[in-house]
Design a binder for this molecule. Structure first.
Ligand code: IPD
Length: 277
């Protein structure tokens, strides 16, 4: 048997706070780019790696039989049926520029480390630059510090503040911008915060009414999606498209249901994979 989700959350929170403090310290000392990944814009800093190693080490001490699935390293399986899904610094480009919207994201899930089927038990998202700690455990609600979170309700799409993000792949981001261009006239406004984990927490605490993005990686949303759900959001990871890029939508259920067909219409108007101009 596994510890209760609230117990797992205590560990996620403690480790995310320690990791957030290290990320913040390294930010103050000055950040260097260690390498680029899928494109020159898709960077990894020395701090991303150092923070992930710290988290991995602390988890190995506390929960040696659990699996680990992090942004900067290969996945390791465990024997317990639990896996920790970790983004050491979500919002790496904000981190590089000292924009205070980056976060350590730690979730623990049960089952295969695949967002289509896993059962998220607990998640913590720490923004060290603002000192904000978002947490949720399955069935116990979502929290910012010790304040309980609730999504905004009864917001019509035309008055919704929507968040989204752009991937690093050049043709995908051009397509994402076209979709945003089609949406802007139909909502109050659009934000691009630069961290999917914080976008989802923003839906949870009412700083955004809805969030959508296509092409996220599991570690970007594992903790944030649970936090949004526990705050009352409907979170949908729709079918992977032909290229295997997931779509994630999060909003209060009534707004989600208004938005989904609108987004489907935009996807029809601007087919993904059509040659980017
Ligand atoms: C990125 C951020 C960004 C989102 C990208 C992600 P990273 O994660 O969450 O907001 O738009 O899709 O890849 O690279 O900063 O960990």
């Amino acid at each position: 048997t596994h510890p209760a989700p609230t117990e797992l959350l205590d560990l996620a929170r403690t480790i995310a706070l320690t990791a957030g403090a290290l990320a913040h310290r390294r930010r103050v000392e000055g950040v260097e780019i260690a390498a680029s990944k899928s494109s020159p814009e898709d960077i990894v800093t020395a701090a991303d790696r150092e923070v992930e190693l710290l988290i991995q080490g602390l988890l190995a001490d506390a929960r040696p039989n659990d699996g680990f699935y992090g942004e900067e390293s290969d996945a390791t399986g465990g024997t317990s049926g639990l896996t920790w899904v970790v983004d050491p610094i979500d919002g790496t480009v904000n981190y590089l520029y000292a924009v205070p919207f980056y976060a350590v994201s730690i979730a623990v899930v049960q089952g295969e480390p695949d967002p289509a089927s896993w059962n998220a038990l607990a998640g913590a998202v720490v923004n060290p630059a603002l000192g904000e700690v978002f947490t949720a455990s399955a069935g116990s609600g979502a929290w910012l510090g010790d304040a309980r979170l609730h999504v905004n309700h009864d917001v019509p799409l035309s008055l919704a503040l929507a968040g989204t993000g752009f991937g690093y792949d050049a043709s995908r981001r051009v397509w994402q911008a076209k979709v945003v261009g089609g949406l802007i006239g139909q909502v109050r406004d659009i934000r691009r915060i630069g961290s999917a984990a914080l976008d989802l927490c923003s839906v949870a605490c009412g700083r955004l009414d809805l969030y959508f993005e296509r092409g996220l990686n599991p570690w970007d949303h594992a903790a944030g999606a649970l936090i949004a759900r526990e705050a009352g959001a409907k979170v949908g990871a729709l079918q992977a498209d032909a290229e295997g890029h997931d779509l994630l939508i999060a909003a209060a259920p009534d707004l989600y249901d208004q938005f989904e067909p609108v987004l489907a219409g935009l996807f029809e108007r601007f087919p993904f994979g059509a040659k980017a101009q």
